[in-house]
Design a protein around this ligand. Structure first.
Ligand code: ZN
Length: 233
């Protein structure tokens, strides 16, 4: 059992993780979740990223296998309904979007593990990061490590949950992309990935597409600026 399943959302972090996995594992598959995103643009970004990887990186393309998209629209029933409205003030205070589904990352990793089991893939790679988003408790290193134990016990497997971005910030994530795939990869990620909470693809900035105002756009803009500032001229 070898190979990897990468959680590919369409954002900067998961695209970087895909490149990371392609430099390490011979067989790499991807998984995404349709959870009734307000913006289909996130799923469309996934397709563009996969096309870009295949076209610009022939050495990686041969390792890149099946893309799985699971229908998890049931999550819509606990994201923007009365069930969570009582939490709105608290979540806004945390800087999290109102569509936040508690434990969503645990749900995604658990579904990914079930697919990895069926596909005989040992590594499950995700772009979770506790450096920038302390508000998401299910993205913390301790949570993911505990979940790895749980999944291995519950499925009688030896999965490894890889989290290459866990302890680095957004500027370092751009740097990692540069190290993995040079300027071509930085440009692919900059232009094709989408991090914006509003799914805005109409406005293009130096750091990529987005509304330029939501917390995700602000984080991405700051990270890209720091990456550029630290780059040798
Ligand atoms: Zn935005």
């Amino acid at each position: 059992m070898s190979g990897a399943l990468v959680l590919l959302s369409g954002g900067q972090d998961s695209a970087t993780c895909l490149a990371w996995a392609l430099t390490r594992y011979d067989q790499v598959e991807t998984i995404g979740f349709d959870y009734g995103q307000r913006h289909r643009s996130e799923l469309e970004a996934r397709s563009r990223i996969l096309r870009g990887f295949r076209r610009k990186f022939p050495g990686w393309a041969t390792r890149l296998g099946t893309d799985h998209v699971l229908d998890l629209r049931v999550l819509g029933q606990i994201s923007e309904t009365a069930l969570t409205r009582v939490c709105d003030i608290a979540t806004v205070g945390n800087g999290l979007p109102n569509t936040f589904v508690p434990g969503r990352n645990i749900i995604f990793l658990t579904f990914a593990a079930a697919v990895a089991y069926r596909r005989n893939l040992k590594h499950i790679v995700s772009g979770v990061c506790e450096t920038d988003y302390s508000g998401y408790p299910d993205c913390r290193d301790d949570t993911v490590k505990a979940l790895q134990v749980t999944l291995n016990l519950g499925m009688e497997q030896r999965f490894v949950l890889d989290t290459p971005l866990m302890l680095i910030d957004k500027a370092e994530t751009w740097r990692l992309a540069e190290q993995l795939g040079g300027n071509d990869l930085v440009e692919l990620i900059r232009s094709e990935t989408l991090s914006c909470y509003k799914g805005d693809t109409q406005h293009m900035h130096a750091w990529g597409p987005g509304c330029g105002e939501c917390p995700a756009c602000n984080l991405r803009a700051r990270g890209y600026a720091a990456f550029v500032a630290r780059s040798p001229q």
